[in-house]
Ligand binder design. Structure first.
Ligand code: GLA
Length: 733
């Protein structure tokens, strides 16, 4: 075995990655290394290996079962294996053997452990790389490469059915949280005890879906936003995926349960001939000793440290969809743009309806040419108008889709994904374009690129409005499942367009928030969290979306008083408060707004510009409250000097008084200046008079000790349902 030396250990070494209070300890002794510890940094931990041998159980293999970093049957592992596959029905029991270890410390904490294996049963070379960043987030990359030299005469090819990363978690991680959802109700949390067996979530929609598991977490009993220990996994992948939490009676040997994720492969999708390689999507594991907010904090720091992370202030957006839908009329849009400019919008996005034949959702997808009937002079007049107001211009596309009623589908019916026997049912009257087909790919790339070039488009809203079903490609005369190839082609296309047009921003949308993952977020600059602009629903959707994604990447738009998707009617002030603390925008038809409403929207836009640096760089904190009808969410500057809290109520509750409520994330030893921000309008109350201090803080800044705000708490007003109050804090020197 070859051992890399940068960490200065000898053969059979124990390697530790540690950063920001988290640690991973791997025992690299062969034949397959194992995780000795993943969680809180134990400090100097000599003896971890010496204490690693578990009991030998009754009625079990004569060597204690253990979960290795590549769990297979050879090690007595009866749970979900790391790898599944076969070579024409043979080589079904993989036997990876360690051949090389390379461990490199990171410059500011963390580092990398690469473990390489040779498997003479599957004729595969395997690699698993643990990379911990300076924030303690662990990214795990796994790959296999077919190498017939390992088993001359082995059957060809090797069909890979699954490759997953499985990490051990201790017995105290007994409670499970993950997410489900549907259109307009994305990221609904579900939680309960981790039972024996496998809790598996399979995203089988050609994308993560509105019901994506998103972030699977195991935590100590009763964990909350601000307390408890948690272990989580997310798969950075926009295709199909599988997440699992598994608990067998024998545990993992050294631990109690397993948390893991991998790509969900279709039969025959990955067939490896000699020399061919499969790279699994990155599985992102995060541990926190300080509740869910601790997980979000590590993940947000990781994303914010990327070179590609948006650095400029996020412009206030107006998206035309709910204002005009398919009614693309220059006069109407001229009025809308003028009003947008008046309230302080900085970017106009022309949504669906601008391209050939697109008078409704039944036709046109694929024909990415400006509709000559609706736009006789092209988009030039609109683009000039927008730029004349000093705003950026964005355009909607749904590049991976095609309507059968389109010139594209008529000319190239074989570019539509589906079996030769005939297409299955449409969804939103559309089908999926076979992007893995080079001609189809080139068509879409060239059309988008031409329009971006012609109009100097600043921003694309990139939509994807249906699940993939029977995603069979007929390219090269064969029929093949093409979900993986489609996902890789999408990534290539995004990468290529960004390289062709530096500075172009892209938003990921999928019927709202149906495709949100760290794979697509590596190639896009913003996500559309949901088609639901109803602030009551939106508050929940965004709260949970923020578990993974920082607010500057989350699009949040002011909708109409009567929500287009739920029919709930809400006050302007509440809607404004709900869309302030993200990458803000407007979906409402400003042409129907009264002068007074426009004035409020203008004040909100000003407040957004004033506070966006804080909102887009601060740490998110959520108060753990017993009452589900209220939410207290804060954004605290990284240096602690500035903070913003939103106190919101969605329904009435039996309790009259709030009692003292603690503001999370503040320093008890500091002294703060606090005020109520009334810019958006006064929320209505369900009480005779506010708690005493509120009146003073509504009139001017008042000074309070951190111990009062963060430890004892302050009484808050009992608001009426669907109302919010915003507090701003400054730490006193
Ligand atoms: C999807 C998106 C919406 C809008 C429409 C246009 O539903 O989520 O925001 O762009 O498509 O057809």
């Amino acid at each position: 075995m070859k051992v890399g030396t940068e960490m200065g250990h000898g053969e059979d070494a124990v390697f530790t990655l540690r950063a920001a209070g988290a640690a991973l300890v791997v025992d690299a002794a062969g034949p397959v290394p194992q995780v000795l510890h993943w969680g809180a940094d134990p400090g100097p931990a000599a003896g971890l290996r010496e204490t690693a041998a578990p009991a030998l159980l009754n009625n079990s293999p004569d060597e204690p079962r253990r979960l290795t970093v590549w769990p297979v049957e050879r090690d007595g592992w009866s749970g979900t294996p790391a790898q599944r596959g076969h070579a024409a029905g043979t080589a079904t029991t993989p036997r990876p053997e360690l051949v090389e270890v390379q461990a490199v410390p990171g410059r500011s904490g963390g580092g990398r452990i690469a473990l390489r294996f040779a498997d003479r049963v599957s004729a595969l070379r395997g690699e698993i790389v643990f990379a911990m960043d300076e924030f303690g987030v662990l990214a795990v990359d796994q790959s296999v490469t077919r190498d017939l030299a390992l088993a001359p005469g082995a059957a060809e090819p090797y069909t890979l059915d699954g490759l997953r990363v499985l990490m051990p978690v201790p017995d105290r991680a007994a409670e499970l949280l993950d997410f489900t959802g549907k259109w307009c109700r994305e990221r609904a949390p579900q939680r309960g005890p981790l039972r024996f067996g496998t809790h598996a979530r399979r995203a089988h929609r050609g994308k993560p879906g509105h019901d994506t598991p998103f972030l699977m977490a195991l935590g100590t009993d009763g964990f909350g936003f601000g307390h408890g220990e948690l272990w989580t996994v997310h798969l950075a992948w926009s295709g199909e995926s599988e997440y699992l939490a598994e608990r067998l009676p024998e545990g993992t040997g050294l631990f109690a349960a397993v948390l893991g994720a991998g790509e969900l492969l279709h039969p025959g999708e990955v067939r490896l001939a000699d020399g061919e390689r499969y790279d699994a999507p990155t599985a992102v594991f995060t541990w926190s000793g300080s509740g869910l907010d601790g997980i979000a904090d590590r993940l947000h720091r990781r994303l914010r440290a990327r070179a590609s992370h948006p650095a400029e202030p996020r412009p206030l957006v107006l998206n035309t969809w709910e204002a005009v839908y398919f009614d693309h009329d220059m006069d109407r849009l001229t009025g809308l743009v003028a009003r947008a400019a008046k309230v302080g919008v900085e970017r106009i996005v022309l949504d669906d309806g601008w391209f050939r034949g697109r008078r409704g959702d039944h036709a046109g997808l694929g024909d990415w040419y400006v509709d000559e009937g609706v736009w006789p002079e092209g988009l030039r007049p609109l683009v000039d108008l927008v730029r004349g107001h000093g705003m950026e211009f964005g355009l909607w596309f749904e590049p991976e889709m095609v309507n059968l009623d389109s010139d594209l589908a008529r000319a190239h019916p074989d570019w539509v994904l589906g079996p030769a026997q005939g297409l299955g049912p449409a969804a939103r009257r559309q089908y999926v374009l076979d992007l893995a087909r080079p001609e189809a790919y080139a068509h879409v790339r060239d059309r988008i690129s031409a329009l971006v070039g012609e109009y100097g488009i600043d921003y694309l809203k990139w939509d994807h409005n249906r699940d993939l079903l029977e995603a069979v490609s007929r390219r090269d005369g064969a029929e093949r499942s093409s979900v993986r190839a489609q996902t890789l082609a999408l990534y290539r296309l995004l990468d290529e367009l960004r390289a062709l047009h530096p500075g172009l921003e892209i938003e990921t949308c999928s019927g709202g928030g149906g495709r949100i993952d760290l794979g697509i977020l590596d190639r896009t600059d913003r996500l559309w969290a949901s088609d639901c602009n109803d602030p009551v629903e939106r508050a929940q959707i965004e709260r949970w979306t923020r578990m993974l994604v920082p607010p500057e990447l989350i699009g949040s738009h002011l909708g109409a008083a009567r929500s287009h998707t739920t029919s709930r009617t809400t006050d302007l002030a509440f809607r404004l408060a709900a869309s302030l603390t993200a990458h803000a925008g407007i979906e409402m038809d400003l042409q129907t707004a009264s002068d007074e409403e426009l004035e409020r929207v203008r004040a909100w836009a000003g407040m957004y510009r004033e506070l966006r640096l804080l909102i887009h760089s601060g740490r998110i904190v959520n108060a753990d409250l017993a009452d589900d009808a209220v939410q207290l969410t804060g954004i605290v500057a990284q240096d602690g000097a500035h903070a913003l809290y939103t106190w919101a109520r969605t329904a009435t509750s039996p309790a009259g008084q709030t009692g003292r409520v603690r503001l999370p994330g503040l320093d008890p030893a500091a002294r703060y200046r606090i005020r109520v921000r009334g810019d958006l309008g006064d929320p209505s109350r369900h009480q005779g008079r506010d708690p005493g201090w509120i009146a003073a803080a509504a009139a001017d800044w008042i000074d309070l000790d951190g111990g009062v705000l963060a430890v004892a708490g302050v009484p808050l007003p009992t608001l009426n349902p669907q109302q919010a109050m915003i507090f701003e804090l400054r730490r006193l020197p």
